[in-house]
Design a protein around this ligand. Structure first.
Ligand SMILES: NC(=O)c1ccc[n+]([C@@H]2O[C@H](COP(=O)([O-])OP(=O)(O)OC[C@H]3O[C@@H](n4cnc5c(N)ncnc54)[C@H](OP(=O)(O)O)[C@@H]3O)[C@@H](O)[C@H]2O)c1
Length: 381
């Protein structure tokens, strides 16, 4: 079969990890998965888009990026000033979109993804906000063109959440889920269980390279909100707006609260909840929104109001610190571990636990999506 021609848009931590893996693991990918990959286009913000229909030299591009030289200076290759210009002017079989796009407008990732899908080219992305804000639209666009739209790394990085819930549970009716979906916030709360202050725990996470110098997205809850919106769009087929998700961060949790919860055998966790109920307030299986399991009476839980949106059924979507009892599985999710407990009919509860962060994990999630897309190609003559 002819090689899978890939555009790799975004050449930062994840994009470079993937390029390295595609280079060093080329033989294994071919023999184990029948997957031969040719990266024909690469782009970053600083240098623009570089393209070679015969395949770019990944080692050379990686060396240029590492040395701070323009990645567009590749022998025999053509260049365009922006990724969008390059995407419009060239051909490929798959877009890997791994730029970082903000919550405000999800750009430039959204435009890159739309451009590929409209042309009937499958997309794999690790970029959360385009999927969070437009996931249902993008999935529908992909379906209308008969191509794949995959975003495994956007939720729990390389731990397979989306593929498990959408493919492994294909045909089941998802009813709701709870989870701990941010490794940084969970590591901070775990450390605070011994009474360490929030500020000390955050500083330790930053020293360990776990929290960003600006940790706002993780500790204020927006990263988890994005994941709730992605799960809603891709697993439940319901697009949420930002306003529909109640968001409370962990910045108000004190060391004393965390220690008191631990002394009582409980834990404070930053819990994501997504529930769908019928128009009469009951879930499709006759259980109400409380059917997901114990709710916490944590520092903010008692004041928390779930976002409820009436229409063809109500949606409860929230991210907040909750005190969970010792027999709640989420109480045992410590450090950088994350977990999702999904309720589906007729299966019951399905729990996925795994590491929730790290560039290698994100790259691995992208690689698994890429292999899935390669496996769906029709066999050649
Ligand atoms: N790192 C992780 O652990 C992880 C985990 C899960 C998901 N993700 C998601 O994966 C994505 C990539 O993460 P990352 O850590 O690799 O981010 P990163 O290191 O900041 O890299 C982002 C890349 O996107 C490029 N870029 C930005 N705007 C662009 C544009 N208009 N056209 C072309 N390229 C553009 C940047 O170019 P320059 O190099 O010129 O700045 C950079 O190469 C993000 O959306 C992130 O949220 C990351």
């Amino acid at each position: 079969m002819s090689p899978l021609r890939v555009w790799l848009i975004g050449f930062g931590t994840v994009g470079r990890w993937l390029a390295g893996a595609l280079d060093t693991q080329a033989q294994r990918l071919a023999s184990r998965f029948g997957c031969t990959v040719q990266v024909v286009g690469i782009a970053n913000a600083r240098d623009g888009f570089v393209y070679d229909a015969g395949g770019l030299n990944l080692r050379s591009a990686l060396a240029a990026a590492a040395a701070g030289r323009p990645i567009t200076a590749q022998p025999g290759a053509r260049a365009w000033p922006t990724a969008l210009d390059g995407l419009r002017a060239t051909e490929a079989d798959l877009l890997v979109e791994v730029t970082a796009s903000p919550r405000s407008d999800a750009e430039p990732g959204l435009s890159h993804i739309r451009e590929a899908l409209r042309r009937g080219i499958p997309v794999v992305t690790a970029n959360k906000w385009p999927v969070a804000r437009h996931g249902a639209e993008l999935a529908a666009l992909a379906r209308s063109r008969g191509v794949a739209f995959r975003a495994e790394s956007t939720v729990m990085s390389g731990t397979p959440v989306l593929s498990t819930l959408t493919e492994g549970l294909a045909g089941a009716v998802p009813l709701g889920l709870r989870g701990v979906l941010n490794a940084t916030a969970n590591a901070i709360l775990t450390q605070m269980a011994d009474g360490t202050s929030y500020e000390q725990a955050l500083a330790a996470a930053q020293r360990a390279g776990l929290a960003e110098p600006d940790p706002a997205a993780d500790v204020e809850g927006w990263d988890t909100v994005a994941k709730v919106m992605i799960l809603s769009a891709l697993v439940f087929g319901r697009q949420l707006t930002l306003e529909q998700v109640t968001c409370r961060g962990i910045t108000g949790v004190t060391g004393q609260q965390a220690r008191e919860a631990a002394a009582a055998g409980q834990r404070i966790r930053h819990v994501a909840t997504l529930e769908f109920a019928g128009p009469d307030g009951t879930g499709p299986d006759g259980t109400g929104p409380e059917g997901t399991g114990p709710k916490g009476a944590g520092p903010e839980a008692s004041r928390a109001e779930a976002s409820r949106v009436e229409g063809a059924g109500a949606v409860t979507a929230r991210v907040q610190p909750e005190t969970v009892p010792a027999d709640d599985l989420l109480a045992r999710i410590d450090g950088v571990a994350n977990a999702v407990v999904c309720r589906a009919r007729p299966v019951g509860e399905v729990t996925i636990i795994g590491p929730g962060a790290g560039p290698q994990l994100a790259g691995q999630g992208v690689l698994s999506d890429l292999i899935a897309v390669a496996g769906q190609r029709p066999a050649g003559p």
